[in-house]
Design a binder for this molecule. Sequence first.
Ligand code: GUN
Length: 303
Amino acid sequence: MPEATIIDGRAVAARIAGDVAAEVTRLKAETLATPGLAVVLVGDNPASRLYVGGKSRKAEELGFHSVQHNLPADTSEADLLALVEVLNRDPRIHGILVQMPLPPQIDKDKVIEAILPEKDVDGFHPVNVGKLAAGLPGALVPCTPAGSLILIREVLGGDLSGKSAVVIGRSNIVGKPMAQLLLQASCTVTVAHSRTHDLAAVTREAEIVVAAAGRAEMVRGDWLRPGATVIDVGQNTIPAPEKGEGKTRLVGDVAYREARAVAGAITPVPGGVGPMTIAMLMANTLVAACRITGQPPPDFGQS
Ligand code: GUN
């Protein structure tokens, strides 16, 4: 059995970013509208700060109007809701992203529900969740699963019908929408999670495995069906004493070296799903801007 194909998320993300930038240029020329993204960070979680900075920078690079609001950790829920309201009304802003997690004094669900569904580029608003689940047109789809689906199609092609897929993890951000997208693509979908009996046996059935459990290197090589397409959504920081005292390294939810010997194709961490998430945020913002300004939105293959 040959080693698995490594799915190059950076390359696919760069291709999508290039397509988005070209569409931004076209939209600006044809409608004089510049798509705008507002990213909101509350507090100073270092990982969140890094993610948010990356999103704002990429938006600028692709020609968007990009604004970032950094609010202190003790921001009240009322103040955050007031900012969301200002952004909802701002005609220069077509996409609003409030970085999660939020501090404990703020109810994240209230914030998500306050964002206009047509500007909800995270796809977290119940209107977008409902449209995706019902297969209705016009949903904004969460970025990480949308990007994961594109990577799956890079390997398996456009027609996924009848394939068996196991999604490990049931979060609103990744697991549940990923399952909906695969179901929409006519896969036979199992959603497994921490309470699933014999997770290894369940996973071993799947032609497509999406690991989004948030547990470092949980999926072992012998959990995989030979030739499976493996998408590793995990971003876990673990101690790396071999790099020196107090050093850490980033690993996925899949034991990569073991899995590479069994899988047909696999995403690395880093360089797999991560870059796709940002690319799909840009695609969603462009789609939102097109819809809001009455232009036909481009299709990036995310649904
Ligand atoms: N925190 C971790 N992932 C995400 C994401 O996709 N969107 C937002 N808003 N916050 C996150």
